[in-house]
Design a protein. Sequence first.
Length: 291
Amino acid sequence: MILLDGKKTSSDIKIEIAEEVKKIKAQGKKTPHLAAVLVGTDGASMTYVGAKVKACELVGFESTLIELPEDTTEEKLLNEIEILNIDNEIDGFIVQLPLPKHIDEQKVLMAINPDKDVDGFHPTNVGRMTLDLPSFIPATPFGIMELLERYKVETSGANVVVIGRSHIVGRPMSILMSQKRPAGDATVTVAHSRTKNLPEITKKADIIIAALGIPEFLTGDMVKDQVTVIDVGITRVDDVSKKRGYRLAGDVHFESVSKKASFITPVPGGVGPMTIAMLLKNTLLACSYKN
Ligand SMILES: Nc1nc2c(c(=O)[nH]1)N[C@@H](CN(C=O)c1ccc(C(=O)N[C@@H](CCC(=O)O)C(=O)O)cc1)CN2
């Protein structure tokens, strides 16, 4: 079993990006600048936005963090987005999800200028990606594709099962893996909460992408030997034996599945860090349009 090491791979990518930034600065060109908008004080969201800001510092990007209170109105948030849309210093920005329930997420994401939408969530970028046109690819799917490619996992003609159909992971993954691209050309099945006899489907999969947000849902008896498993899930499960009072669990029961898998991502240290690295790659691309 080979571990698809997202922590090491994301570090390699950040080193590559840092080298690119040094060249950009040496040429007197604009330094990439990423902004992040955080609404509220959800612990996980604060961790992830903090990691994005720290990653920017590491590679030499400029970064701006806008923190708004939990009770921020939708109108106030939309105003902040419009300010970022017209600020030429900002190359790309993200609005950290999830948003508080009183705010319409889709309306907020559609307010982001597609040319600055480094999350790749705007319908324009989703449409462009679907039509094989240059676009920002959502960071988590982008990171999964990069992992599969760098570890040379065979995907052409493979039976891929994507479990979960979210707009930010499952849906784009199903599109990307079916496209003619490195780590693509697969035959894709999208499973979800309404899928019947899921174990019969997963047992036939060469590659499984688990992105449904149910801790340790996928177990060893649900997969075949030599399967490749990508665990997108990350749930904080109470665990008093841990310093932080919780442990991180993926959607995959690692102990039983890793006994059968040929490749598997760990949680933590798999897809998560890749999400951060690929967001930086999207920001570098956004900035390149100006340089
Ligand atoms: N605007 C966005 N919101 C959210 C996105 C996104 O891509 N754009 N994705 C997720 C959260 N996410 C990025 O924001 C994210 C999740 C996990 C990690 C990560 O590195 N996890 C570590 C463990 C971190 C911890 O200690 O909890 C790991 O898996 O090793 C990075 C980014 C939802 N929101």
